[in-house]
Each structure stands twice: as structure tokens, then as C-alpha cells.
Design a protein around this ligand. Structure first.
Ligand code: C2O
Ligand code: CU
Ligand code: CU
Length: 497
């Protein structure tokens, strides 16, 4: 049932001395060896181990107080690596709250570059020490976040990751991500409630994460290892007749997942943070970077079934300029579902779910455009990651400037936005704090009718969104969730007042 009691695990919190030793032992948080040549990368050290959930930290008495230490040195894909984690693990601990709780995070930065924290999907204030993407936490510093979750916040699957502009892609590709769940919602006939946080990365032979080339950053990096909860192709066990809720989170910085489970239908119950009106069967579920889908899997017979992601064509940044060719032509295995026991039918799902009613009609319209152009960045940020690109990544022709107000919106209104994409690559549009309902898309794909916070804008296409700016006021951002593009400038500010 949901929520079911879940055994609490203690977070592994490295002592200060341990963290310092780890940090000092690294020449840099990321290898300076450049992109891996063939034969110099690390394969998974362990495959097909039982799925291990991230540690779980649950709010008590209306509050979840946690310390997150971002540092180098985690076990990833069955290897001891120089990749990044929170509290020594990648993913970091799963944070579990209820509507009305306060999330209090002390974030300590043991990286050698600035960082901060974003609670992706939460409808919370973007101001002050709440979900504020403009904060900068320097190496060695700590910061205390206080994020009150409103009492009417919808239950659902969210996640957290760093958001300091210019370093977001490297830090997430390095391993810094975790799940953030808001409990509640109808009872579901499931025996397990699992986080399946999917990330990808590449490891050099020495366990460091390679520096991305300009071509990789333009295309958006796709790692050689696709990981589930930091594991390589783990085994999820199940019994016939016992359903499981899987909270799929696409934490990859660029890769679009097209998820499929052999021999099964995925019954989707929620998209991003909120419930669908009814369970919806899918053979394959497409998740852009940042998207989530809650699905129920109902095994009814014994067997071994592969959970995989099919190739997805998101376009090519530049033909002839070293745009990364798709790494794999076939499907990639994410996990194996191992079902043991006598055949039995899982209980039926509810026929309706508590979807939010659609937003009121829009009273204002607005357009914004993702653009890629020749010539690189105008007015560099001083960040070598972004300044070296021979192409510009902009919104409405402008590169991100945290001090410029790009969109000014009147609080309390509902707006209809048309987001266009002038280029040859699909870009996932993401708006912080104010989820939107997709009204239509140029490729004619079906829309869910419920709020979401990431939507893929097709190459040379558009999406039309309805956005209620009725919850919080404040200043935040919207951007491409191919995080290499975001770091290259494809981000803009929005002020709701
Ligand atoms: Cu998941 Cu602004 O990001
Ligand atoms: Cu976000
Ligand atoms: Cu993009």
C-alpha cells in the first residue's frame, strides 16, 4: 500500500576529516586527461547485483532536517571511483516528506568549484534560502536551506540536483542527484514502492570522469554507462501477483529515455509530480531529461524480463563538425526484472486517480525560443566550460545573464506560452516552481492534460503550454534541460510579482 512503512536507513554521512582527505586526495574534481581514447575507459565492475535502494530519510513531526555533503569519491557501477556523490553515495539519499512539512538541508560543498541545490518539481518559493537557483555555495562553505512545502502540495516524485550555472552538467554527470518524494495520494495495490533514478556517466580507467569535448557539449553528453540507482543493470526481484510502483526519474543530462519492459505493459499513474486521471498503459514511455513517470508493474508469471531504453533520435547539433554520433544503435539494458513463484494475477488498479483539474483559461500569451547559432558565446562568463564552444546556445537570442529580467509575469495570472525551437536538436523545456499543462505540440503527440515541468520541444517545432502563476511569487529560471546547453547559456530568468 502507499505509503507503506519503509525501513529507515541511516544516511552515510562522512565525517569532516574523511571528506577533507578525499577532497585533498583529488588533483581536481574532474580529470584533466581529456576525453577518453578507446581502451582507456572503465567498464562496470559489477552487473546484475540486486537493486539497492538509496538510503531514505523521512520527515518526522513536520520536518526533515538533513545534511548533504557534496564530494568526490563514490562507488558507482560496482567500482570505487572519483565520481561525485552526496554523503558518499550516488544517488544521494532519497528525501521523503509530506505536504506541509519543512525541508531543512545543510548543504556542504567539498567540491573544488561552486555548487547549490535545486528541488526539481517542488512547488515552493524560489526566493531567499528556499529553491533559489541564483545562490552560490563556494568550495568549503555550507549553506542552510529552509524549504517549506505548502500544505496543499500534490504528492509525487521529484528530485534534487545542483544548479550553479556553468557547472550543472558536470556535477550531475559526475553523480550528484537524488530523489525527493512527497507522500500521499490514494492507496494503491502495490507491495513495493521503488525509486529508479536513472543517470549516465563515463569513467576513465583511473575512475575519474572525463572532461567533455566541445562537440560533446554541443550535442549534449550521453555517458557510456547508463546506471540505475548508481548500479549497472541491477536485478529487481518480484513475485507473480504482487505489483510494484516504480518511480522512474530521468537524471541523465542529455539522454532521452524510451523505456520498455519486456513482456509487460507499464501502467503509468503519474507524470512528473502529479497523478494522471487514470492508469494509462504504455509499451514504451519517453522521458526527456528531468522528466519522471510513476508506473505500476504487475508481474503475473515467473521469468526474466529486461527493462531497457530504446534509441531516441534527438537530432544532431552539427553534421560535419564532430557532432557526437549516437553512441549505441541498439537498446540499452537498464535492469532485469526477475519474477519467481507460481503464476498469479496482480490486483486491479483503481480506475480513476486524483488528477488536478485543468488550469483556468489563459489571459495572456507569451512566446520564447530556443536558438542555436554560429559564433559561440557573446560576452563570455569566464567559465572555460562554456566559453570554448564554437556555437551559441541562447533563449530569444540572449545568453543567460542572472542579473537581467527576461520575463516579467503578473502574479495570479494564467498564461499561454508558445515555446519554439529553431534548431536541428530537440530541447527539453523546463520551468522551475510553476508547472504547466501542455496544450499542443507541433509533432501532434498526445498530451496528458495534467501539469508537468519538462517537455521536449521538437527540432524546428514548438509546444504550447498553459501556465498558472498562482502559487508563488519570486524570481527563478527556465532553461533547456540538456544541461550542457543550460551551462552554455540556454537559460533565462523569470520574475513573478
Ligand atoms: Cu532539473 Cu533547472 O533543473
Ligand atoms: Cu528544475
Ligand atoms: Cu538544448
Amino acid at each position: 500500500m502507499n505509503p507503506r512503512p519503509i525501513s529507515r536507513r541511516r544516511a552515510l554521512v562522512l565525517g569532516g576529516a574523511g571528506v577533507a582527505a578525499l577532497a585533498a586526495g583529488a588533483a581536481g574534481w574532474i580529470s584533466t586527461a581529456g576525453s577518453p581514447a578507446a581502451g582507456t575507459t572503465l567498464d562496470a565492475g559489477a552487473t546484475r547485483e540486486p537493486l539497492a535502494p538509496p538510503a531514505e530519510l523521512t520527515a518526522r513531526d513536520g520536518r526533515l532536517q538533513v545534511e548533504l555533503v557534496a564530494a568526490t569519491g563514490v562507488r558507482l557501477a560496482g567500482r570505487d571511483t572519483r565520481a561525485l556523490g552526496f554523503n558518499g553515495t550516488s544517488p544521494g539519499p532519497t528525501l521523503r516528506l509530506r505536504p506541509g512539512d519543512e525541508l531543512a538541508v545543510r548543504l556542504t560543498n567539498h567540491l573544488d568549484q561552486p555548487t547549490n541545490l535545486h528541488t526539481h518539481g517542488l512547488r515552493v518559493s524560489p526566493q531567499g534560502n528556499s529553491d533559489n537557483p541564483f545562490l552560490r555555495i563556494d568550495p568549503g562553505a555550507s549553506f542552510d536551506y529552509r524549504i517549506p512545502v505548502p500544505p496543499d502540495h500534490p504528492p509525487g516524485t521529484h528530485w534534487y540536483h545542483p544548479h550553479y550555472h556553468g557547472t550543472v552538467a558536470d556535477q550531475l554527470f559526475g553523480g550528484l542527484a537524488g530523489a525527493l518524494l512527497v507522500d500521499g495520494g490514494p492507496p494503491l495495490p502495490v507491495d513495493d514502492d521503488r525509486v529508479l533514478l536513472i543517470t549516465d556517466t563515463t569513467l576513465n580507467a583511473d575512475g575519474t570522469v572525463p572532461v567533455a569535448s566541445p562537440a560533446e557539449r554541443m550535442q549534449g553528453r550521453e555517458g557510456q554507462l547508463v546506471l540505475l540507482n548508481g548500479q549497472h543493470q541491477p536485478v529487481v526481484s518480484a513475485a507473480p501477483g504482487h505489483a510494484q510502483r516504480w518511480r522512474l526519474i530521468n537524471g541523465c543530462i542529455s539522454r532521452v529515455l524510451a523505456v520498455r519492459l519486456e513482456g509487460h505493459t507499464l501502467q503509468q499513474i503519474a507524470q512528473d509530480s502529479t497523478f494522471l486521471p487514470a492508469p494509462t498503459p504504455h509499451r514504451q514511455l519517453v522521458l526527456a531529461p528531468g522528466n519522471r513517470a510513476d508506473v505500476v508493474v504487475q508481474p503475473d508469471r515467473a521469468g526474466r524480463f529486461t527493462l531497457l531504453t530504446d534509441p531516441y533520435d534527438r537530432g544532431t547539433a552539427m553534421s560535419g563538425m564532430g557532432g557526437t554520433p549516437p553512441a549505441a544503435t541498439g537498446s540499452t539494458t537498464l535492469a532485469t526484472l526477475a519474477v519467481d513463484g507460481p503464476a498469479a494475477t496482480a490486483p486491479a488498479l483503481p480506475t480513476t486517480l486524483p488528477a488536478e483539474p485543468p488550469p483556468a483559461a489563459a489571459t495572456a500569451t507569451r512566446s520564447t525560443a530556443f536558438q542555436m547559432g554560429m559564433g559561440g558565446m557573446r560576452g563570455g562568463t569566464g567559465n572555460t566550460t562554456t566559453d570554448a564552444l564554437p556555437m551559441s546556445f541562447t533563449i530569444d537570442g540572449r545568453s543567460f545573464d542572472p542579473n537581467r529580467d527576461d520575463q516579467i509575469v503578473t502574479a495570479g495570472t494564467v498564461e499561454e506560452w508558445t515555446v519554439t525551437n529553431t534548431g536541428p536538436l530537440a530541447h527539453p523545456f523546463h520551468l522551475h516552481v510553476w508547472p504547466f499543462t501542455v496544450v499542443a505540440a507541433s509533432d501532434g503527440r498526445p498530451t496528458t492534460g495534467v501539469p508537468q515541468d519538462v517537455v521536449l520541444v521538437p527540432a524546428t517545432g514548438w509546444v504550447r503550454l498553459r501556465i498558472p502563476f498562482t502559487s508563488h511569487t519570486g524570481r527563478s529560471v527556465y532553461h533547456c534541460h540538456i544541461l550542457d546547453h543550460e551551462d552554455a547559456g540556454m537559460m533565462a530568468t523569470i520574475v513573478v510579482r
